[in-house]
Design a protein around this ligand. Structure first.
Ligand SMILES: [Zn+2]
Length: 251
């Protein structure tokens, strides 16, 4: 009898944790859609690593705005649904983006893949981010791009390629396709995805007003050097604050 008690408590704790994660992912989907970081809302997915074997993910047929906690599905590292009817794998066609990043990056708990219009166009035009403002400075020189002929990332091999190009970073662009943001928590992913789309809008606007690059290599280098000096103070706490503000504005 006693041996069952801890198990029940662990199950309860696990259930509470999972329902909290489901709730936060639903909030994230609504906010990401509202700030256009989820593109037109017709493609893409947001996921969270529940444990070594299970990934909680938004399936494609459910809208980013109308999603409910129970609409999220659980898949394993092979893209197979493990919490319900089999045969619904096609609902998350590009599952290898998530599975292969989680496999390669133990520090990553949350992954977003979407087709936001400004980021996608910036990548298609091959525009490199310049440190025109503080948001741009956060991405300049840290935004790799994968050019794989715009194929869907529907195999583990293609997912591995994404993880390789992402490296230790937090975002990667897919040329003629979209973007991926990966990080330690939902706050990081939402804040980074929001800033990335804003940065892309800034760069595209700059491209309509002047010839790129706007800045001299010396000016860029000086700003990026200053960035390295101040950044250790930022990080997780700031993302949590910003994520709370985003929920405040958009939920
Ligand atoms: Zn896609």
């Amino acid at each position: 009898m006693n041996s069952k008690t801890p198990c029940t408590e662990i199950d309860l704790e696990r259930g509470l944790r999972e329902s909290g994660i489901r709730e936060e992912l639903v909030q994230a989907c609504k906010v990401l859609y509202a700030v256009k970081a989820a593109g037109d809302g017709l493609g893409g997915h947001l996921s969270f690593r529940l444990d070594e074997k299970r990934i909680l993910i938004k399936p494609r047929p459910v809208s980013w705005r109308g999603l409910k906690p129970e609409d999220l599905i659980v898949i394993d590292g092979n893209g197979k649904r493990v919490d319900g009817a089999a045969g619904e794998r096609s609902a998350v066609r590009e599952w290898p983006i998530h599975a292969q990043i989680y496999a390669a990056r133990p520090d990553v708990q949350c992954v977003l893949h979407a087709h936001p219009s400004a980021s996608t166009l910036m990548a298609a035009l091959g525009i490199a981010v310049e440190p025109l403002d503080q948001d741009c400075a956060a991405f300049a020189g840290r935004l790799p791009m994968l050019d794989n002929g715009a194929v869907s990332i529907a195999t583990p091999e293609l997912g591995d390629e994404v993880a390789r190009v992402l490296g230790k970073g937090g975002a990667v662009l897919l040329k003629n396709h979209g973007s991926i943001v990966a990080g330690a928590d939902v706050a990081y992913v939402c804040v980074t995805a929001y800033r990335l789309e804003k940065v892309a809008e800034t760069m595209l606007r700059a491209a309509t007003l002047t010839k790129l690059p706007v800045m001299s290599p010396e000016t860029s280098a000086a700003i990026l050097q200053a960035r390295e000096a101040v950044e250790p103070g930022a990080g997780s706490k700031m993302n949590q604050e910003r994520w709370q503000m985003m929920r405040d504005y958009y939920l």
